[in-house]
Design a protein around this ligand. Structure first.
Ligand code: C2E
Ligand code: CA
Ligand code: CA
Length: 346
């Protein structure tokens, strides 16, 4: 099998499957090994290694094997074994990034973003170890820890900032019955009320039937569901209307292209309109410039998040950050008055 054949296989799988009246999409990650090795086990191992590489670069990709991949695989294995003890050794951290209302300018929520303070490699970002954690079956335990840590720390900050919510990312593998228990125990232990917790799930994770059932139960408890990276998946308007969700987070790729063509603005406009038509909040992520913030605000977006206001910070820096953002003048990040679309970049 060569790369062209792999791509043809993916094209064949791209059309939705009609299962019991539901349109379901599947994706395939394909690894290709064309080594002249005669040993079938070696070829399979190399193809498997390439398949992991394909998975790492995103959903629905193909990758070809090359010898350098072995090194990456051994790093993956080493990190997996180290990650087993990372929770007990207290090496995981939750960083926080604020979400601001684009109408009032106030911080309405924080997003919890996982970090691993690795003893020899320094601070590792989720992209470097979430797949490792998922492959090693560690995500339920790590996810439960993130929920508890984020809810407990937020409960402390709400004393000075009432109404502050916390948004926690949940990977597709975490959306099981078990998650409901983890959420309930994080809320009970921290004392945070359910309406202050938002779970961020990706579009493809939300549309499976089993996941819808779990998310519906979480919403019955009072938790809000946000669709992360919106615009990169395949949800149709009809599907969205039926899904148990409260918020759409517009993927940062669209936000960052806003200063470009009218076509990019049209995509963002239609996502915001879509959200509002079905009663959802629209959040623009990855806002880096005053021009982007002004543009998403003038398009009617409800909230914004991005380096413009703050990078994700460690828990000890959160109180000062919240204080700084209470005064947009002082923070130097006040937006031009509404309607100032296409304002000068920073
Ligand atoms: P995400 O949910 O889309 O989170 C936003 C990512 O964009 C964060 O990267 C954040 O640092 C980055 N970001 C925020 N503002 C800007 C901006 O203005 N410009 C740019 N270029 N980037 C910005 P981070 O922290 O590296 O997280 C990456 C991904 O890892 C997250 O993407 C999320 O999918 C996943 N993740 C993070 N924490 C967790 C977790 O606790 N559990 C799970 N399952 N996934 C997590
Ligand atoms: Ca997120
Ligand atoms: Ca996102």
């Amino acid at each position: 099998m060569d790369m062209q054949m792999a791509e043809r296989l993916q094209e064949a799988l791209a059309d939705p499957f009609d299962i019991a009246g539901h349109q379901l999409f599947v994706s395939a990650s394909i690894g290709v090994a064309t080594t002249p090795a005669i040993d079938p086990d070696t070829i399979l191992r190399d193809a498997d290694t390439a398949m992991y590489q394909a998975k790492k670069s995103g959903r629905n990709r193909c990758a070809a094997f090359h010898p350098g991949l072995h090194e990456q695989t051994s790093r993956h294995l080493r990190l997996a074994s180290e990650l087993h003890g990372a929770l007990e050794r207290n090496e995981l951290r939750v960083f926080y990034q604020p979400l601001l209302s684009l109408t009032s300018g106030e911080v309405t929520a924080l997003e919890a973003l996982l970090r691993w303070e690795h003893p020899s490699e320094g601070m590792l970002f989720p992209e470097e170890f979430i797949t490792v954690a998922e492959d090693a079956g560690l995500m339920p335990a790590i996810g439960a820890w993130v929920l508890l840590e984020a809810c407990s720390q937020t409960a402390g900050w709400t004393q000075d900032h009432s109404g502050l919510s916390i948004s926690v990312n949940v990977s597709r593998h975490q959306i099981t019955e078990e998650l409901i228990g983890h959420v309930q125990s994080a809320l009970a232990t921290s004392g945070l009320s359910p309406n202050q917790l938002v779970l961020e799930v990706t579009e493809s994770a939300v549309i499976t039937i089993a996941n819808v059932a779990v998310l519906e139960r979480l919403r019955e408890i009072g938790i809000r569901i946000s669709v992360d990276d919106f615009g990169t998946g395949y949800s149709s308007l009809v599907q969205l209307q039926e899904l148990p969700v409260d918020e759409l987070k517009i993927d940062r790729a669209f936000v960052q292209r806003l200063a470009g063509t009218d076509a990019d603005a049209a995509i963002v406009t239609s996502i915001i309109e879509l959200a509002h038509t079905i009663g959802l909040n629209a959040v623009a992520e990855g806002v880096e410039t005053v021009a982007q913030a002004a543009a998403v605000r003038s398009l009617g977006c409800d909230s914004g998040q991005g380096f413009l206001w703050s990078r994700p910070v460690g828990s000890s820096s959160v109180p000062a950050l919240l204080q700084r953002l209470k005064n947009p003048e002082l923070s130097g990040r006040s937006l031009p008055s509404s309607g100032a679309r296409g304002a000068t970049p920073l």
